[in-house]
Design a protein around this ligand. Sequence first.
Ligand code: ADP
Ligand code: ZN
Length: 766
Amino acid sequence: MANEQNSLFDTDPQPWNLDDQDDWLAARIAFAEQPYGPYDYSIPAHLESAVKAGVRIEVPLGRSNRKMTGYCIDIIGPFHKLAASVNPGRMKPISRVVDDTPLITPALLKLAHWISEYYVCELGIVIETIIPAGVRNDSGTREMLFISLADDVRDNFDAHRLTPLQKTILQTLASSNQDWTPRELGETVGCTQGPISTLRRRGLIVTTSRRVQQKTHEIRAEQRVANFQLNAEQQSAYDAIEKHIDADSHRTFLLRGITGSGKTEVYIQAIQKVVEHGRQAIVLVPEISLTPQTRQRFRARFDHVAVLHSHLTSAQRAWHWKQIAAGKVQVIIGARSAIFAPTRRLGLIVLDEEHDGSFKQDKAPRYHARDVANWRAANENVPLVLGSATPGLESWQRAKTGDYELLPLEKRVLDRPLPDVATIDLRVDFGGRKRFSPISQKLRQEINTAISDGGQVILLLNRRGFSTRIQCPGCGHVEYCPDCSIPLTHHMKGSKAVCHYCDHTIPEPRVCPDCGNPAMKFSGLGTQRLEQEVQKLFDVPIMRMDTDTMRKPGSHEKALAQFRAGDIKILLGTQMIAKGLDFPNVTLVGVINADTALHLPDFRAAERSFGLVTQVAGRTGRGEKGGRVLVQTFNPDNKTIIAATRHDYVGFADAELPVREEFAYPPFGHLARIVVKSPIQSKAEQMSEHIAESLNVAAEDLQTPVEVLGPSVAPAEKLRGFYRFHMLIGTTTAGVLQPVIVRAKTKIKPIDDVQWMVDIDPQDML
Ligand code: ADP
Ligand code: ZN
């Protein structure tokens, strides 16, 4: 680092005495690629007014003065400390200011600093994450010409010889402050471009060119609907939030409401209050919940709703972003990254399904939208509402200690009962039978009953593909992905075997590559095979919903619309069908195998299984017909499964928290994970040892109580051709992981062909 700094600035040194120079100004610049900086550059007088924090700036970098564009993150002067002992006399001047206006607001820039520090990620990368690509590269903008009067013409048209038409043109321009394009002007005056060109040639009018955002997006107005009368529980939750909206003060609420308790209605009415105050609200939902139903629910209550979903083009995203920045949007709904919406006056943030794993980004910066939302809400003094039927234990613990305010919704709206949940013991059901069927006798009867009573059925199986394991019964060989240490899944459609991590695909292997046995066995149950089975057993229209059938944009929405219309009787699929859907006619939910996630090597395995079963169970009993849930499991006595069948979140949490505490796992401890990968196994191992050692040394230097667990081979040993090692850094003291990692980083020497990354508060342990 220090070397880089010297080589950057020691060209063309001019001795400079700081004492005489108390009026210098410098721009601090961060880059989104190496070397990340930040570095300081002097600002020449003629660019002083153009440099602002948040604009992009082009600078000469290194000895070769190669051109590089970075973000101005600060403007500094004589009272500031320069970056890494740079002398102002040796600073190079910036070359060019790229943007007229900052791309990032001061509040978001502050947020970027926090993310950079907390997640140990370069500031430039964070800024580039916050500003959508479409905004950075002017997607959907067009260079346009605008006409205005020449300076000295306004008050003395008569000094010039003009035809009546030319005079009308000048008067039109003089009488309004509007920007005119040549075409608009021609249409308004009722003339061709001829006289306009003539005036321009004579210098009486001037044209300027400017980039303008094209409108790329029509927002359909929805039929407006009235508010529901809140029930007592909803009302007291609303009142608590409203108090903080009115007082402009920050508070984080945990709205724990069972499925169907009407959480969304509480969000909507709180947002209405925010809009009344002339402020904007951000609503974060898991990507999968950005359905037309969600959009419509909000558009039926507000005039200006921006929905930021992943199928937007970058031009459309840029357009929304500018509308938001211009203060024209009341409610922003989006997945994770919508937390960076550049609102003018933020009034409230809502995070629905706050337990959902998709709120954590799996590339740098590896932020969790919930924690970013917490920081942003505190910094901008607004309330944050976290909602879920099954909150993450991190949030639950904070509610228990009073850090968050708990708002319980214990009852479903209109006093509808929660569905009855029964388990089916697969050990008994499959014990004596020859042919394996994923649908037990009991579940089969119940499906028939539900359908003949006019209801609909949802079946959950959290594994796609046909057979999840391809094995030779002769020698035991299991077909693995050559690039990942993951068994291939057999897909019936297309007769292929696919890696679910990297999509590596081969024709289905019929013959064992090891021993030549021509009878490879396909076992393990995936959604494709379930679909085939369901088709055989029931003579009704069915639909499968998983990432294989839902690849095309819009297909998810189309499928849900068909199911809602009642054309489809049985909907089966992966966790995609478990989230937030509201179908009153669903009277039966079947969980094909509740155990799929139970035994994964991850301390959150129980929490995830509990959440999934509870969430999918909540999809039924939402209408007048009521509903029931059947859960097939090999572990009917498991306490997680039992709690899920009782809708007993508190019971689950009470049993699970002591386990977490014993091992100092979150929410009691803090974790960081470091993953090292390389195409050469020994190099990855060597680097992981070097990193672990550096961490231990840094912890000792700083006298910080952290524990480095590992390094060891990662559970997913090989992915996409990279061998992987990992280590966990754990502590029970908040805020000490980052300084240790930062200090260790300065001592870690790179090894060729090895990459490594830091994940603070990791969700993914594979
Ligand atoms: P949750 O998100 O808690 O699962 P929803 O917000 O989807 O629940 O609400 C379930 C259903 O109840 C929705 O159809 C909603 O419109 C309706 N609803 C919400 N609040 C009320 C209320 N106070 N009275 C009647 N119906 C309500
Ligand atoms: Zn693979």
